[in-house]
Design a protein around this ligand. Structure first.
Ligand code: AMP
Length: 614
C-alpha cells in the first residue's frame, strides 16, 4: 500500500473538528488497506510501531530530525532551524521544503507503508553513540522519496507528535463501521430488536446502535488481547470470524479492571452486600505472565517492565505453582528490618532504566497478588471472584517476595470501617472492596471493585485525573515560560469525547511550566480537536493526549463547562480551586476520570455534607 494514501487520510483527520467525521475518514482508510498492511496502519495511527507492550520507542530528537530534513531537501541546517523557530512544527518545515523540491520535479513518490514502518523499526532498534549518522540516513532516505504531505507526517511521527488525536475507541468504531454489513447479516434478530426499539424514524440512530454492539464485541477482544493491530489484521483477513479464536495469551497483556469509588463504608455495603475487603497497597500495579521459564511483567498502562524488577521475575518462576499463568497485584518496597511498607515516594525509585540490580538489593519489592486471570491456559476471567481468589491462594507457594493480599469477608459496614482504620494506621492507602461474584472485567470501571481511600472526607480530597485540551499563554512573571495555565477535560466514555471541566492556573512549579510548554507545543492544533467538546477556547488547542492529576476543593455546577452537561441544558460541572499535582504518564487519556465519576462525586459530596451536618 502506498504511504501516500495514509498521509492523505492523516491530513484529512488532522483538519477534522468533529468526531463523527474522524470515524468516517478512518473507516474509508481501512476499506482501502490490504490485510498485510493493516497492522502497520493501525500502529502508525496510534503513533507507534508495535503494540505498547513491546516498548519500541519511536521518538527521535529535534536535532537529529533537523539534520535529516536538511540532508533530504538540500537546505542547510541553519535554514531548517530558522524556519522551525517561525512555525514551531518541523513537519510543516519539511513539507514546505519538499514542496519546493516537487516544483523542481525532484521527487519520485515510491514510499510504501511497509518501507516507512521498516525504516522506523530499524531506527528504533539502533542505540548508542555511533548510531547517530545511521539514524539520520534512514530518516533522510524516507524524506527523500516523500511528497510534501508524506514528509510532514514522516517528520511528525519521528518526533512522536502526530497531532491526530485519534484514540483507541475511535479506531474500534471505525473498524466496526467497516464490518457493519457482515455483522447485520449474521445478527438478524438483534438488528430486528434494535429496529423495533428505535422506530423507523431514525435510520442513523439505528446504525449507530448496531455499530455500538459490534464495537463492544471488538472491544471485548481488545480488552483481553491488547494488540489492536493484530485484531484489525484478523478482521481484514477473515471478517468477523477472525475474532473467534482470540483469547488470553501469556506475553500479551490484559487491559486492567478499574476501581470505582464511594465515600463511606455504609454505601459500599449497600452496593455490594457481603464482599471481600482487601488492603489497598500504594505501589505499582503489575500484571505478571508466566510461561515455563519466560516471565513478563506489565505496568498498569501495559508497558513491559520485565527488566525493571528482576526479583519479581525470579519469584514468579519459583513461587507460582503453574506452567503458564496470568496474575495481577501491587508491588511495593518493604523495609526489610521492620517489615513496614515504604511510602510510594520511596517505591517509585525502583522505576529506572539504570543501576537496576543495585536498587533491587537496596529496595526489594514485595508483590501482593489480588487476582488471577488464567492458569495453565484456562481462562478464569468468567469465574466469580471468590473462586478466583481461592485458586490464587493455592497458586502462591511460600517465599519471600509474592504474597496474597490481606483481606476479610464481611457484610458489616462497622467491620469495613474497622479494617479501613487498621490499614490506614498501618501505613496503607485504604481498602478495596470487591464483589464476591463478579468476573474479571477487563478494561472497565464497573462496581466490581470499590475503593475507599484515607483522604476521603466531606470535601473533594480525592484527586481527579484530567486530560489537557489546551493551554494559556503566560502573563506577567510567567511570560518567560510561554505557558500560564491549562484547560482540562474529563472523559465521556459513552460519546468518546473529552469535555471541559476546568482551567488550572495554580500548583505549577517553574520547571513544570517550562516542561509542559515544551511538551504541549509539539501537540498544538489550530482548531478544536475532533474529540474535544468545549465552549471555552484556550490560547492554543492541544491534542487530547496528556493526563494530569489535579486536586480541587469541590465540584460545582457551572454554565461554563461541558462536562456532564445534558443535551438542551445549560449547566455542566466545574472544579473549584483546582491545582495541578503532577503529570500522570502512566495513564492514557481514556483512563482519565470520567463524566460519570464526576457526577457521582458531586452527588457523594452533597451526601457526605448532609451526613456531617447531622
Ligand atoms: P486508584 O489508582 O486510586 O484508582 O486505585 C486503584 C488501584 O489500587 C489499582 O489500580 C491498584 O493499582 C491499586 N491496588 C492496591 N491494592 C489493591 C488491591 N488489594 N486490589 C486492587 N487494587 C489494588
Amino acid at each position: 500500500m502506498k504511504f501516500e494514501l495514509v498521509a492523505k487520510a492523516f491530513d484529512e483527520i488532522e483538519k477534522t473538528s468533529k468526531r463523527v467525521d474522524m470515524t468516517t475518514q478512518l473507516a474509508a482508510l481501512f476499506e482501502q488497506t490490504p490485510a498485510e498492511d493493516m497492522k502497520n496502519v493501525i500502529y502508525l495511527l496510534q503513533g507507534r510501531l508495535a503494540p505498547a507492550y513491546e516498548n519500541t520507542e519511536t521518538g527521535l530528537g529535534e536535532k537529529l530530525v533537523i539534520q535529516a530534513i536538511a540532508r533530504a531537501t538540500g537546505y542547510t541546517k541553519e535554514d531548517v532551524e530558522k524556519k522551525f523557530k517561525k512555525t514551531g512544527d518541523l513537519g510543516q518545515v519539511a513539507s514546505e521544503y519538499l514542496e519546493k523540491k516537487t516544483q523542481q520535479s525532484l521527487i519520485r513518490t515510491t514510499l510504501s507503508v511497509k518501507k516507512v514502518h521498516e525504516n522506523f523499526l530499524k531506527l528504533a532498534t539502533l542505540t548508542g553513540e555511533g548510531t547517530q549518522e545511521l539514524k539520520i540516513k534512514l530518516l533522510a532516505e524516507l524524506l527523500n522519496s516523500s511528497t510534501p504531505n508524506e514528509g510532514k507526517f514522516v517528520v511528525r511521527f519521528a518526533l512522536g507528535a502526530l497531532r491526530l488525536g485519534v484514540g483507541d475507541p475511535t479506531l474500534m468504531d471505525a473498524l466496526a463501521h467497516v464490518h457493519l454489513n457482515e455483522f447485520q447479516k449474521e445478527n438478524t434478530a438483534l438488528v430486528k430488536e434494535i429496529d423495533e426499539s428505535t422506530g423507523k424514524k431514525s435510520p442513523e440512530e439505528k446504525i449507530r446502535k448496531i455499530r455500538m454492539k459490534l464495537r463492544e464485541q471488538i472491544e471485548a477482544k481488545y480488552n483481553i488481547y491488547s494488540d489492536l493491530g493484530t485484531l484489525a489484521q484478523k478482521l481484514t483477513e477473515k471478517g468477523l470470524k477472525g475474532l473467534n479464536n482470540i483469547d488470553l495469551e501469556p506475553g500479551v497483556p490484559i487491559r486492567p479492571t478499574l476501581a470505582e469509588r464511594l465515600p463511606l463504608a455504609k454505601d459500599i455495603i449497600e452496593k455490594l452486600g457481603k464482599c471481600i475487603v482487601e488492603s489497598k497497597y500504594d505501589g505499582f500495579r503489575l500484571q505478571v505472565h508466566k510461561k515455563g521459564k519466560d516471565v513478563w511483567i506489565f505496568s498498569r498502562n501495559l508497558e513491559n517492565m520485565s527488566d525493571m524488577f528482576p526479583e519479581i521475575v525470579d519469584a514468579a518462576k519459583k513461587q507460582l505453582d503453574c506452567h503458564t499463568c496470568i496474575v495481577e497485584g501491587e508491588a511495593l518496597a518493604v523495609n526489610e528490618e521492620t517489615q513496614e511498607f515504604f511510602p510510594f515516594q520511596i517505591t517509585i525509585q525502583r522505576k529506572r532504566k539504570y543501576d537496576i540490580d543495585e536498587k533491587a538489593k537496596e529496595l526489594p519489592l514485595k508483590l501482593f497478588l489480588f487476582d488471577v486471570m488464567s492458569i495453565n491456559d484456562k481462562n478464569l476471567m468468567p469465574l466469580p471472584f471468590h473462586e478466583r481468589r481461592e485458586k490464587l491462594k493455592k497458586l502462591i507457594m511460600k517465599g519471600e517476595t509474592i504474597e496474597l493480599t490481606n483481606g476479610i469477608i464481611t457484610d458489616s459496614s462497622r467491620e469495613v470501617d474497622k479494617f479501613f482504620n487498621e490499614n490506614v494506621s498501618g501505613g496503607l492507602e485504604g481498602i478495596v472492596c470487591k464483589d464476591l461474584n463478579a468476573p474479571y472485567i477487563a478494561g472497565a470501571r464497573k462496581f466490581a471493585w470499590i475503593k475507599l481511600k484515607r483522604s476521603y472526607k466531606g470535601e473533594l480530597q480525592d484527586t481527579v485525573d484530567l486530560v489537557i485540551i489546551g493551554f494559556y499563554k503566560g502573563k506577567g512573571k510567567r511570560t518567560e515560560f510561554g505557558l500560564g495555565g491549562l484547560l482540562a477535560a474529563v472523559y465521556d466514555d459513552k460519546a468518546d469525547l473529552f469535555k471541559s471541566i476546568t482551567r488550572i492556573g495554580t500548583g505549577f512549579s517553574e520547571e513544570m511550566l517550562a516542561d509542559l510548554h515544551k511538551l504541549l507545543s509539539k501537540h498544538t492544533l489550530n482548531h478544536k480537536p475532533a474529540r474535544v467538546d468545549s465552549d471555552v477556547t484556550p490560547y492554543a488547542w492541544v491534542e487530547p493526549k496528556f493526563v494530569i492529576e489535579v486536586r480541587a476543593d469541590e465540584i460545582t455546577q457551572s454554565p461554563m463547562h461541558t462536562a456532564g452537561r445534558e443535551q438542551g441544558e445549560s449547566t455542566g460541572y466545574a472544579l473549584r480551586f483546582p491545582r495541578i499535582l503532577k503529570r500522570r504518564n502512566d495513564k492514557e487519556p481514556e483512563m482519565a476520570t470520567t463524566v460519570r465519576e464526576i457526577i457521582k462525586m458531586y452527588q457523594n459530596q452533597k451526601k457526605v455534607k448532609v451526613e456531617e451536618a447531622r
